[in-house]
Design a protein around this ligand. Structure first.
Ligand SMILES: [Zn+2]
Length: 476
């Protein structure tokens, strides 16, 4: 029997607010342990939680970016359970009345077909403390760091529309792009500012029932999400084919062994309305104001880049995931740099250099106007591509203009045909075998000879001109 997977995701995202959700402690989880704490987030009895407006706004911005419907009223409940990372015995979460419902992301599946994956709802909740397990001598001890306690989270709960590991990864990428573009979180699975749990079940292909699902946690990279889901689909398929029943439980992904392992049975917990926070209200005026803060969203940006600049879908999609890179590209193009040159130099030359020196495009030491000056030297044939690359490297540490650097370093391209012809003569004499090859129609000999002439000119000759002169010589 052929099965299909039914997958839903529950994604927790840490909002990058300045303070925690219910107190004024700094939202910095990586400070020295227990330094960003107060009676409220240490969960002392009697401390009164005060809801952060910034957290509500950021959650609402994410919801608007994902096309969700913001709820005029939402509220918090106490989710009652005890664990050492939740010392007060309950977590404040919007269980019954979330801040936003509906919404979707569009992804492309393995076959290149667009798919609309729906979101069920988005709610706000507080994060729990962090447990650190250590050895003290031969004794295993567990420490609690409350810096994370009370940090604002949004949980995005999807509909079970996802069918494959690929779609799950694409959905996470799309969500991440939107959350980043509205400036609500860095959304890193690796560092834990984004955490994704997957609910997975299988059913005979073509049927529509929802079977018993298994929850998989602990996936710390996009790759892990894909691998864990693929493993779990295969495990459940083998179990069902072997006549085994699937029971509802939670499993952990082991990234080293590449397996999911049973962790615990699922348990239901009671929810009690939180009495002190009150109703969270989003007035039409506040929603209208938030809409004015929405940037151009990645999907719309990609569409526009294709239409306006004739970029390919892949190129447009790449730029749309990094708003600063897209702006950089558009500034270059607006400065008169050809689209292909602008994209190529930004993506394959500047961005690797930035990454190497741990800069983001947004804080590039080489501003678009300076890169444009350099690219004009290149397109006017005043320097060749090699010289442009070397000049770019110098520009990282210098405020001099590209033209000045080119002069000082002697990078100006050699376009004197008499000189180039004499270099060609020397090279041809020294490379009789390649000349014979070229005469016999072996095309790659041309590339070799151009390279030799370039070398003879210390890399300064204009390669286009060399090719032109050589071709003239041999086509005669
Ligand atoms: Zn606090």
């Amino acid at each position: 029997m052929e099965f299909e997977a039914v997958i839903g995701l529950e994604i927790h995202i840490e909002l990058n607010t300045t303070t925690k959700l219910f107190c004024n402690c700094a939202n910095h989880t990586d400070s020295p342990p227990n330094t960003n704490t107060c009676p409220t987030c240490l969960w002392f009895p009697g401390a009164v939680p005060l809801l952060s407006d910034m957290a509500v706004d950021k959650a609402a911005l994410v919801a608007l970016g994902l096309g969700c419907e913001l709820q005029p009223e939402s509220s918090f409940d106490q989710k009652v359970y005890y664990y050492p990372d939740l010392a007060k015995g309950y977590q404040l979460t919007q269980a019954q009345q979330p801040i936003a419902c509906g919404g979707y992301v569009e992804v492309t599946n393995e076959k290149g077909t667009p798919r609309k994956l729906r979101i069920h709802h988005i709610h706000l909740e507080e994060d729990v403390a962090k447990l650190i397990h250590e050895m003290e001598g031969r004794v295993k001890i567990s420490l609690v760091d409350f810096n994370r306690a009370g940090v604002p989270l949004i949980e995005i709960v999807t509909e079970p529309d996802i069918r494959t590991p690929h779609e799950a990864m694409e959905m996470l990428k799309s969500l991440r792009n939107v959350v980043r573009s509205v400036g609500a979180s860095e959304c890193s699975l690796e560092s834990g500012s984004m955490r994704a749990d997957a609910n997975i079940s299988i059913r005979p292909k073509g049927t529509s029932e929802l079977n018993t699902k298994v929850e998989v946690k602990n996936m710390n990279s996009l790759r892990s999400v894909g691998d864990a889901i693929a493993f779990e689909i295969a495990r459940q398929t083998a179990a069902v084919n072997g006549g085994e029943a699937i029971t509802e439980h939670t499993r952990l992904w082991d990234a080293d062994k590449k397996v999911t392992l049973p962790m615990r049975d699922k348990f239901d917990v009671p929810y009690i309305p939180e009495p002190t926070i009150g109703t969270v209200r989003l007035t039409p005026e506040r929603i209208a104001h938030l809409r004015t803060l929405l940037p151009e969203l990645p999907a719309a940006k990609a569409d526009r880049l294709v239409k306006e600049y004739s970029l390919s879908n892949v190129e447009a999609l790449f730029l749309s995931t990094d708003a600063d890179a897209a702006t950089y590209f558009e500034t270059l193009a607006g400065d008169g740099i050809a689209v292909k040159t602008a994209y190529h130099w930004l993506v394959t030359q500047l961005m690797p250099l930035l990454r190497e020196q741990q800069f983001e495009v947004g804080d590039s030491p080489v501003m678009p106007s300076r890169l444009a000056q350099l690219l004009k030297l290149l397109t006017n044939d005043e320097i060749n591509a090699n010289a442009a690359r070397e000049t770019l490297a110098v520009m990282f540490h210098s405020t001099k203009s590209p033209a000045q650097i080119v002069e000082e370093k002697g990078f100006r391209q050699l376009s004197d045909t008499t000189l180039i012809d004499s270099l060609i003569e020397t090279v041809l004499q020294q490379n009789q075998a390649a000349v014979a090859d070229l005469q016999n129609g072996i095309g790659k000999a041309m590339g070799f000879l151009i390279g030799q002439v370039m070398q003879a000119s210390d890399g300064k000759a204009n390669p286009k001109l060399i090719k032109e002169r050589l071709s003239q010589k041999f086509n005669k």
